[in-house]
Ligand binder design. Structure first.
Ligand SMILES: Cc1cc2nc3c(=O)[nH]c(=O)nc-3n(C[C@H](O)[C@H](O)[C@H](O)COP(=O)(O)O)c2cc1C
Length: 306
């Protein structure tokens, strides 16, 4: 009979390597499992306890990650409060002096370029887009960033989708990109504009035929009877297309988010994260220079508490 079962996690930092300006910490994590069994004999020798020592698997690197208790296919509440990953050291802090520009687009390009080169980031342009209906109900989903610059941040979608309908009702949106490996997050808030038909058509025709077909047959966010229903329509259109580009449907195209606020966040292990926010200077606004700094092109920037 198992009398008592306990485990202890031990974590120790072995070394720090610098790789392309990013500090990589190597940690050794060990989980010691102890189970104590009562033994019906007189203990005269050593080894009164049965002790097992396991190295934690990759999955268990998150402290507190444990097997989900299953009860007839239903799960009980799972406590993951102890899941915690180390971020950066204070010596890698993101300071005002580290900004490559005093406006946010060049700074975004700098971080984006670093994310593109990072070996552990497969899709650096994946971002969350939050929209909000007229009656104040928010929704959020991933989209792909397809271009950016001083004009804004561009993505493509179906104008009749849920997001498209919410944008038509309320043009204020928010974008968020999180690059886990370098512990960086960028938050963008602004107003959205429809991209010109010509630019949307150019991008549509640059896509593979299969993607064009999918955009044409998918009335995004509508309820469909089955996967076969969509696959059959796609197959039929694909045959009709004879490998030629399709006309762009009117319900599909691009949006540009014109930012009013862009925040750069970099995570610290001690949770004193760095947050530098750029925002447009409001009309006739007087800034407190001890808190807010004049940037370029009508931007100001300031540090936020994490
Ligand atoms: C990584 C990733 C990238 C995506 N990129 C796009 C995209 O660029 N455009 C798009 O319409 N949907 C994209 N999707 C699908 C959306 O997340 C979403 O399912 C779809 O747009 C419908 O959202 P809606 O019903 O809220 O309008 C992507 C999903 C993922 C996970």
């Amino acid at each position: 009979m198992l009398f008592k079962s306990k485990h202890i996690n031990l974590r120790t930092k072995l070394a720090t390597f610098k790789y392309r300006g990013i500090a990589l910490d190597v940690h050794l994590l060990c989980r010691f499992n102890f189970s104590i069994h009562p033994v019906r004999r007189t203990i005269t020798s050593d080894r009164p306890l049965h002790v097992t020592v396991d190295m934690m698997s990759d999955e268990a690197l998150h402290e507190g990650k444990s097997a989900s208790p299953q009860h007839g296919g239903k799960i009980a509440d799972i406590d993951i409060a102890r899941m915690r990953m180390p971020y950066r050291d204070a010596k890698d802090a993101f300071l005002e002096n580290d900004l490559v520009a005093r406006e946010p687009f060049a700074q975004f390009k700098h971080w984006f370029d670093e994310a593109c080169k990072h070996p552990q980031i497969r899709e650096p342009n994946a971002m969350a887009l939050a929209t909000c209906s007229r009656d104040g109900k928010p929704s959020c989903r991933m989209v792909l960033l397809k271009g950016f610059g001083p004009h804004g941040f561009r993505f493509f979608t179906n104008y009749d989708s849920r997001k498209g309908r919410e944008i038509a009702e309320n043009p204020f949106v928010s974008l968020m990109i999180y690059w886990e490996a370098p512990n960086r997050q960028v938050r963008i808030e602004g107003i959205i504009e429809v991209l010109s038909e010509q630019e949307s058509a150019e991008y549509f025709h640059s896509r593979p035929i299969s993607s064009q077909v999918a955009a044409c047959v998918s009335h995004q966010s509508s309820v469909v009877p089955s996967r076969t229903f969509l696959a059959d329509r796609a197959e039929q259109l694909y045959m009709e297309a004879h490998n030629q580009s399709l006309p762009k449907p009117a319900f599909w195209g691009g949006f540009t988010v014109i930012p009013e606020v862009i925040e750069f966040w970099q995570g610290q292990t001690n949770r004193l994260h760095d947050r530098i926010r750029f925002r447009r200077l409001a009309h006739a606004e007087k800034i407190d220079p001890t808190l807010t700094h004049m940037g370029d092109d009508g931007w100001v920037f300031e540090r936020l508490a994490p």
